[in-house]
Write a protein that binds this ligand. Structure first.
Ligand code: AGP
Length: 372
C-alpha cells in the first residue's frame, strides 16, 4: 500500500531515501566514546583474529560487489590477503581453506542458498565464518561463528540499495576492527578512518538532494539499447553495481568494465552516442588513477560515446570531456562508493520507470534466491 511505501511510488525509492539513516544505524553503538570500535557481536576472539592469515569473502549479486570493495579496505587496514569470490563458484573449485582463514559471508536476506552452501563448505574446512547480514535470525547468521548485522531495516524492493550501502559500512567496520585488533595500522589512522565513516551519512544525504538532473538524464536514455559503466579501483565494483541495477530494473544491456581494460577489448563497443557512465576517482591522493580515467573519458568521447561522469565536487579536469556531469561530495578514496553508487541507483530506477517496468518486482527475479 501507499502507506507502507511512506508516500513514495515504489519501495525502491523509499529505500534509496532511507540510506543516510541506514548507514548511520549500521554504525550506531559500534564506535565507543574514545573513537575506537567495539564489535562485541564479533564473537571471534582477538587472539583468533590475530592468527588469521587469509580473508575470503563470499557473496552473490550486489552483496558480491560490496565484497569486491571490502577487499580494498581489508587489505589496506590489515595487510592480510583477501580474496572475493562468487558464492556459487566457491566450493566447486576446492578452495584452499584452513583454521586460519576467516570467511566473510555477505547477504542481505541471510537465506541465499549459494552463500549458505559456501559458508557450510568453509566451516567444514575448519575456517571461521563471519556473516554480514541484514536479516535477524536468518539461516546464514545462524550457521556462522559470528554475525555483524547491518541494521538497514527491511528491504522490500528486489533491487538492493540500502542493504548495499550498509554492507559497505559493515565491511569497513570489519576492516578497521581487524586492523585495530591486529595493530596493523597506527591507532591514529584507524581513528581518523572511523571518524570519516561516521560523517559519511551526511554525504549520502547531500547526494540525494541533487538527484533531479540524474532523473532527467535517465529519461532521455529510455530508448537506448545499452549502457556501459567504467571505473577503476573501488570505482570498478561501483561500475559493476551500476550495470547490475540497470539490467535487473531497466532490462537493458549494461556492462561494467575496469577502465584500464578498455583498450584490451571493450573499446570496440564504443560507437556514436553510446552512453558510458564513468566513475571518476578523486583527483586528490591517488591522482594517477584520476589522470588515467580522464584520458579514458577522452578516448571514448573521441569515438563518439556520450560520456556521463560521476565526479567529486571541485574536480575540474573532467569538465571538458563530460557530456553530463554528476557531482558527488568529496570523500576519502575508500569511501567514495558510498556516494558514487547512489546516482546509479536513482538512474536505474528512473530508467525502469520511463520504460514502463515494474520497479519493485522486476521480471524473473526473486528477492532472495533460496535455490542453488
Ligand atoms: C540485487 O539488486 C539483487 N537483487 C541480487 O543480486 C542480490 O544482491 C543477491 O541475490 C544476493 O542476495 P542476498 O544479499 O540476500 O544474499
Amino acid at each position: 500500500s501507499a502507506a507502507e511505501k511512506g508516500g513514495y511510488d515504489y519501495f525502491m525509492l523509499k529505500e534509496i531515501a532511507e540510506q543516510p539513516k541506514a548507514v548511520a544505524d549500521t554504525l550506531l553503538g559500534r564506535i565507543d566514546p574514545s573513537g575506537s570500535l567495539t564489535l562485541d557481536e564479533v564473537r571471534i576472539s582477538p587472539p583468533e583474529l590475530r592468527e588469521v592469515d587469509k580473508v575470503v569473502i563470499v557473496a552473490c549479486g550486489t552483496a558480491f560487489h560490496a565484497g569486491l570493495i571490502a577487499k580494498y579496505a581489508i587489505e589496506h587496514f590489515t595487510r592480510i590477503p583477501c580474496e572475493v569470490e562468487l558464492a556459487s563458484e566457491f566450493r566447486y573449485r576446492d578452495p584452499i581453506l584452513d583454521g586460519r582463514s576467516l570467511v566473510i559471508a555477505i547477504s542481505q536476506s541471510g537465506e541465499t542458498m549459494d552463500t549458505l552452501m559456501a559458508l557450510r563448505h568453509a566451516r567444514e574446512q575448519g575456517s571461521k565464518v563471519l556473516a554480514i547480514c541484514n536479516t535477524n535470525g536468518s539461516t546464514i547468521p545462524r550457521e556462522s561463528d559470528a554475525v555483524l548485522y547491518t541494521h538497514a531495516g527491511p528491504e522490500v524492493a528486489v533491487a538492493s540499495t540500502k542493504a548495499f550501502l550498509t554492507q559497505l559500512v559493515a565491511c569497513y567496520l570489519v576492516a578497521l576492527y581487524l586492523g585495530q585488533v591486529r595493530g596493523t595500522k597506527w591507532g591514529d589512522e584507524i581513528q581518523a578512518a572511523i571518524k570519516d565513516l561516521s560523517r559519511i551519512s551526511e554525504d549520502v544525504e547531500r547526494v540525494l538532494e541533487t538527484m533531479e538532473p540524474v532523473r532527467a538524464l535517465a529519461r532521455t536514455l529510455a530508448t537506448k539499447n545499452t549502457v556501459l559503466f567504467l571505473g577503476r579501483h573501488v570505482g570498478y565494483p561501483v561500475a559493476l553495481e551500476g550495470a547490475l541495477k540497470l539490467k535487473e530494473l531497466a532490462y537493458m544491456h549494461a556492462e561494467g568494465f575496469a577502465a584500464g581494460e578498455l583498450k584490451h577489448g571493450p573499446i570496440a563497443l564504443i560507437e556514436e552516442d553510446v552512453p558510458v557512465v564513468v566513475v571518476v576517482p578523486s583527483p586528490r591522493g591517488r591522482s594517477v588513477l584520476h589522470d588515467k580515467i580522464v584520458s579514458n573519458i577522452q578516448e571514448i568521447r573521441a569515438r563518439g560515446a556520450r560520456t556521463i561522469a560521476i565526479a567529486e565536487e571541485g574536480d575540474e579536469a573532467v569538465v571538458p570531456y563530460a557530456d553530463h556531469l554528476i557531482r558527488v561530495p568529496v570523500t576519502p578514496t575508500l569511501l567514495q562508493p558510498l556516494v558514487a553508487t547512489v546516482p546509479l541507483q536513482v538512474f536505474a530506477c528512473e530508467l525502469a520507470t520511463a520504460r514502463g517496468n515494474e520497479v519493485d518486482q522486476p521480471r524473473n527475479l526473486a528477492k532472495s534466491v533460496t535455490v542453488e
